[in-house]
Design a protein around this ligand. Structure first.
Ligand code: HEC
Length: 109
């Protein structure tokens, strides 16, 4: 019985670890998207990453930024933010924009 519980705990940890392959933004990303988001900073990309990893992997694994186009993310982020905000606002418009820009930037690498 104890072994079974340990095994399940281990499986759970392994499945978590494998879904948390999150790309960390660099200055090269900032340069690459400068035309699209003028004046955008590495700090803002990092904030987007933090919000994404904190709020977007609780119900399902963290989705790959490259798995959706910009047009798709523009629709999905507000739809998912509404789920995050179900019990009170956690992600405001600024937070959603930070997540969107992080996803679009990392997805276009
Ligand atoms: C409260 C649970 C919950 C949270 C939190 C959540 N999601 Fe989801 N997500 C779902 C469910 C359920 C689905 C599948 C049904 C659907 O598409 O609405 C889904 C589907 C998705 C899909 C696939 C949609 C498609 O059309 O292919 C993406 C991408 C996604 N989520 C990204 C995110 C992002 C980004 C965040 C953070 C802003 C997030 N999710 C937060 C529950 C959640």
């Amino acid at each position: 019985m104890k072994t079974a519980i340990l095994l399940y705990a281990l499986l759970f940890l392994v499945s978590c670890a494998s879904t948390k392959m999150v790309i960390t933004p660099t200055n090269a990303d900032v340069d690459r998207i400068a035309a699209k988001y003028p004046g955008y900073t590495l700090q803002q990309l990092d904030q987007g990453k933090t919000l994404f990893t904190t709020h977007c992997g609780n119900c399902h694994g963290l989705k790959n930024p490259a798995s959706k186009s910009e047009e798709q993310w523009q629709k999905i982020v507000p739809r998912m933010a509404a789920k995050v905000n179900k019990k009170g606002e956690v992600l405001n418009a600024d937070g959603q924009e930070l997540i969107l820009r992080y996803l679009v930037t990392m997805g276009s690498r």
